[in-house]
Ligand binder design. Structure first.
Ligand code: LMR
Length: 394
């Protein structure tokens, strides 16, 4: 029977990770997978995470199962972080999931059950796994224009024109902050226009937020999600703790489903629990418990926020230095967008051929769509990348 299986397409981002590992060149630069790295190229365990883990080792008395939705204290702490007081908690159901991807997957499954004919509108481009999971579940994907190849900002008029095609059966998927892969984001006025469109169409918004704290700050990055939550009747949110807590391999995510009517919340919660049970039963707990420990301890929380802020500012500095170096080499401002983008990524906006050329000639690994992980850079590699970009003729 196993011989009936067909080879699956390789995930572009994970495939690149493997290719990078195999490259023997000492000068290779990894700008691929979305993992934060410090100037030494290390993905550190954050101080508050270490401290919370020590606390757990000392104090945890059992590793018996939690609830199907995970520990309610985790959902509550995460809702505080994401939503503050923007939404009526009585309307909110939430479940812990294996990472942000787990939350995305569970959300799409929920969509399929709620609206079997739903189409999911995704930005063009979006994180490739959005499209892959939707295809796997047999859900129709509609791409909306997002990235302006000229300005490397958001093509907002194109986006709104395309979203106008959504109906009350459909879902509009939005990146809460730090758009992946482009790094180009909506401002709050534009978010308000999207909310008005959603309200007019009666469709369901879904926010994927995986980089809170990596863009303009923890509160600033949550502002669009809170704006949406305070105005729409229904909302799905898929959140990840992988990046902002640096606990990638612990698989720590949360799915939030906000309904219009608090009386229906127990039914929604029951469906989230049921979905978890069918797919993996109980969600992983260690990462969630670490996050809860940090968020509910003022000292640990302050230290986590301080380290996250250092990380964010470090990435902004790298952006600025890269933009400055390119400005120096090209004698033009055409790479200024790199300093305007926010989050871990920037889409350079060049062709797969030139991306491949930089990989072959300069051992620079960026995703084929020209997405660069800015955190993969340091003082030494910025001039190398800038020169490679100029030499390639981008
Ligand atoms: C990325 O976009 O690189 C990350 O979200 C890692 C992944 O799972 O693709």
């Amino acid at each position: 029977m196993l011989t009936n299986l067909k080879e699956q397409p390789k995930d572009k981002i994970l495939g690149l990770m493997a290719q990078y590992r195999e490259d023997p060149r000492a000068t290779k630069v990894d700008l691929g997978v979305g993992v934060y790295k410090n100037a030494e190229g290390i993905t550190p365990v954050m101080r508050a995470v270490k401290a919370a883990e020590r606390k757990l080792v000392a104090e945890q008395e059992t590793k018996a199962y939690t609830g199907l939705a995970g520990d309610p204290a985790y959902s509550s702490a995460m809702c505080d972080l994401l939503l503050a007081d923007s939404a009526d908690r009585a309307r909110i159901a939430a479940a812990a999931t294996p990472g942000g991807t787990g939350a995305v997957r569970q959300a799409f499954e929920l969509v399929k059950q709620m609206s079997p004919n739903a189409r999911v509108f995704v930005s063009d481009p979006t994180w490739p796994n959005h499209v892959s999971i939707l295809g796997y579940l047999g859900i129709e994907v509609v791409k909306y224009r997002y990235f302006d190849g000229e300005t490397r900002g958001v093509n907002f008029d194109g986006m709104m024109e395309d979203l106008a095609g959504a109906t009350a059966d459909d879902v509009i998927l939005l990146h809460g902050c730090c758009h992946n892969p482009t790094g180009a984001n909506l401002n709050l006025t534009q978010w308000q226009s999207v909310i008005d469109l959603i309200l007019a169409k009666g469709c369901l918004p879904m926010i994927d937020i995986a980089y809170q704290g990596f863009g303009d700050g923890l509160e600033e990055d949550a502002a669009p999600t809170r704006l949406v939550a305070s105005q729409v009747p229904e909302l799905l949110i898929a959140a990840s703790c992988s990046k902002n807590f640096g606990i990638y391999r612990e698989r720590t995510g949360l799915l939030i489903a906000m309904g219009a009517d608090a009386a229906n919340t127990p039914v929604v919660q029951g469906n989230l629990n049921h979905l978890n049970r069918q797919n993996f039963s109980f969600p992983p707990d260690h990462g969630a418990r670490v996050v809860t420990t940090i968020l509910t301890d003022p000292e640990l929380k302050a230290d986590w926020m301080a380290e996250l802020e250092e990380t964010r500012l470090g990435m902004l500095e790298l952006r600025q230095k890269l933009a400055d170096e390119l400005q120096r080499l090209s004698g033009s401002d055409r790479f200024g967008f790199l300093a305007q983008h926010r989050g871990m990524f920037s889409l350079l906006g060049t062709t797969p051929d030139l991306v491949e050329k930089m990989r072959v000639d300069n051992a620079i690994y960026m995703v084929g769509d020209s997405r660069m992980n800015i955190a993969g850079l340091n003082e030494n590699t910025i001039p190398m990348l800038a020169q490679a970009i100029i030499d390639a003729g981008v």
